[in-house]
Design a protein around this ligand. Sequence first.
Ligand SMILES: [Zn+2]
Length: 235
Amino acid sequence: MKIEQSCVNEMISSGSIRITEFDHDEIGDNHLFTSIETPMRKDAFALSDHEKKQRIAHYFSEIMHTLGLDLSDDSLRGTPERVAKMYIDEIFSGLDPKNKPKVALFDNKYKYKQMLVEKDITFYSNCEHHFVPIIGKAHLAYFSKGKVIGLSKLNRLVQYYAQRPQVQERLTVQIGEELKSCLGTEDVAVVIDAKHLCVSARGIKDNDSATVTSYYGGRFLNESTKREFLDYLKF
Ligand SMILES: [Zn+2]
């Protein structure tokens, strides 16, 4: 099925085509995604973090060995354990709900009624189709419904959802829905502008393109409110 990638996710969300019409190679190559929830197994947390690291280190050493690398070399010897630790403790730590940041809300004592924008939040994620980095900026905004959130917590929420194998559309929606639920308001906006190394460093090798995704709720669906937000971002 040959359809421009930029249109495909839109066609899926509008219901004009269904994800089941694609095979798994097409889904991966076109960076389609099958659900807003990160697809997890029911027994995802049956193993302890320590057991997961042991398994990942074992299988990663198999990959290196298969590639022909000499794991007895001093430079490579510790790599499987290092990768395993990095996967569990850092770059995929957002798969585990126990790592979700605790979000404390405060009363909006200043009675600030305007839009709050937190822009240029740098994040690092990984494409779930190729396991290579997605590097980008997230821009968030909301109107308070009586509660406000610590600014660094917005940053931490972005990092939490980024530290999973991801597709950019899902990352955007997950952050937007999290903001809605923790702030108790529909009035939230998220824009993500990111580079995908699976596009720049392999495949089409386009180093200049970037992908922009957005999520708007409540008052941000109003064109002038959306425009005010985008003006802060200079989009
Ligand atoms: Zn990819």
